[in-house]
Design a protein around this ligand. Structure first.
Ligand SMILES: N[C@@H](CCC(=O)N[C@@H](CS)C(=O)NCC(=O)O)C(=O)O
Length: 191
């Protein structure tokens, strides 16, 4: 049985939760109190951060690596396209994710000037999603999973309106039709 060291409010954990749900993998979630982390979590991940997964005593931190691992370990349904260029594009979005999350966290911290910087990032997503339905190209997959936890939290917990980015709003609505993403929206609503 796979174990996920998890925290409901953590968007990086949300990536793992969504992929596990999409692939219908049964797992045990162990909730970590981020305000008072147990010392043993450092034995699983030297940074003390979640998510971490564990399978038969083998542990793996880092959400982007966890997503790729789950994709290979549980290939069905596929969340990376068959086409190598679409796979590369999805990985590029994931690799450059900091550009999106840094302004998000600045906004969460209430830093001056953070909102326009975050809106710039939303505009960038919007331009991409006007040109293709999913971040990775023609099919839903890991790139969408990698970004939706922050977009959902930006809308529902920070109160960032998506009216000015209609392609992002439509993408989010399409994502919310998926039970794996709808379950994450319920977690966010309960935060
Ligand atoms: N690069 C890590 C980041 C994970 C991360 O920052 N997790 C946060 C919770 S959302 C955490 O554990 N924070 C505790 C801390 O920074 O001490 C990943 O992608 O998994």
């Amino acid at each position: 049985m796979l174990t996920l060291y998890d925290a409901p409010r953590c968007p990086y954990c949300a990536r793992a939760r969504i992929v596990l749900a999409e692939k219908d993998v049964e797992y045990e979630a162990i909730e970590i109190d981020l305000a008072d982390r147990p010392a043993w979590i450092y034995e699983k991940n030297a940074t003390g951060r979640v998510p971490v997964i564990e399978e038969d005593g083998w542990v793996l931190p880092e959400s982007a690596v966890i997503m790729e691992y789950l994709e290979e370990r549980y290939p069905e349904p596929a969340l990376l396209a068959a086409d190598p260029s679409d796979r590369a594009l999805a990985r590029l979005w994931i690799f450059r994710h900091d550009g999106f999350t840094k302004p998000y966290y600045a906004l969460r911290r209430g830093e001056d000037g953070a909102l326009p910087l975050f809106e710039e990032q939303l505009d960038r997503l919007d331009a991409t999603l006007e040109a293709r339905p999913w971040l990775g190209g023609a099919e839903y997959g890991l790139a969408d999973v990698a970004y939706v936890p922050w977009v959902l939290r930006a809308r529902d917990t920070v109160g960032v309106p998506l009216g000015g980015v209609p392609a992002v709003a439509a993408w989010l609505e399409r994502l919310l039709e998926r039970p794996a993403v709808a379950a994450e929206a319920e977690i966010v609503a309960a935060l």
